[in-house]
Design a protein around this ligand. Sequence first.
Ligand code: NAD
Ligand code: IPM
Length: 351
Amino acid sequence: SVVARIAVIGGDGIGPEVVEAGIRVLEVAVRPEPSLELEFERFPWGCEYYLEQGRMMPKDALETLSGFDALYLGAVGWPSVPDHVSLWGLLLPIRRGFDQYVNLRPVRLLRGVQSPLAEPGKLDLVVVRENTEGEYSDAGGRLHRGTPHEIAVQETVFTRRGVERIVRYAYEEAKKRRGLLTGATKSNGISITMPFFDEIFREVGEEFPEVEASLMHADALAARLVLAPEAFDVVVGSNLLGDILSEITAAACGAIGIAPSANLNPTGEHPSLFEPIHGSAPDIAGKGVANPSGAIWAASLMLEHLGHEAAAARVLVALEETLAEGVKTRDLGGEAGTEEFTDEVVRRLLP
Ligand code: NAD
Ligand code: IPM
């Protein structure tokens, strides 16, 4: 049988709580498949590690992780360490170092979950977020520090290669789905990088005559995602725009605790990373009330990525059935704790 080796980085706050829930689900989900064995190795990296070691993860962390088939992450960030230090010390270097240039964020209104929108319609879409460049750059600096004239400047970097590959991935994704693609832009205000994005979006579009593609300013798009989310199929955006739009779509599907995120290195040269979209939620950490749905859905995406579509589908069905039968965590208006919710998902996966 094939052994898939998974590196687990629980991280901070509710991160470890939700990934342990996901691991329990994964373990039962693969039982009916004798050809597949999962092996988990846990790495205690994060803000506590930082306070002891002065780094978020060891110097050779990427080398260590490169031998795994997939990476499973909870969340990074805790009030004891500035967020830009913790995130640039752990999650962002993995996304970049492993060239995980696609951040895929699918959402669907699962049965039993109430959308905060009055008329969500048939909400089923995927945000394709650029994950290695754009607004997330370390180029810049601060001038005139300590004076009233202080200036902070940070470069946004769009490369032709970077934009082309994410846009092409999004067209491919749209082709596999309903054939609708929306490019998130802001070329009315951001006058150099965003028109460049638009230009490449249109150029690549010529290769996909079967996809109905259009560009929308991200502010207007944010409003449309709230007013008429059923009109969207695939939305592609830069690192920052994709981040914000995908959190809107997650919330539209009930709560941010539900939504998953796949950080993909499509060439397969490096491992891909799977995580919920939410953060470490310091306000509820340690209370056993976190919603593990996002982490469980991310686990399903990881199984799919490893080539185990049947097990991946079983996980999603068990998750949706649990919610549909009214077992819900507090963020969704229920009373179940993380463990009780996970028990219910696991029970539905047992033979
Ligand atoms: P957050 O996602 O941690 O929390 C926002 C709100 O949503 C909180 O009220 C929280 O309780 C709630 N929430 C989030 N996930 C939930 C879940 N699974 N179940 C129930 N409720 C949930 O966002 P934040 O407060 O902006 O960030 C907290 C920390 O997490 C920061 O350090 C931030 O940088 C970090 N962060 C990390 C990631 C990541 O690792 N990918 C993502 C987002 C934020
Ligand atoms: C996410 C988070 C991160 C991001 C932050 C914590 C740096 O919001 O995973 O979406 O913006 O990528």
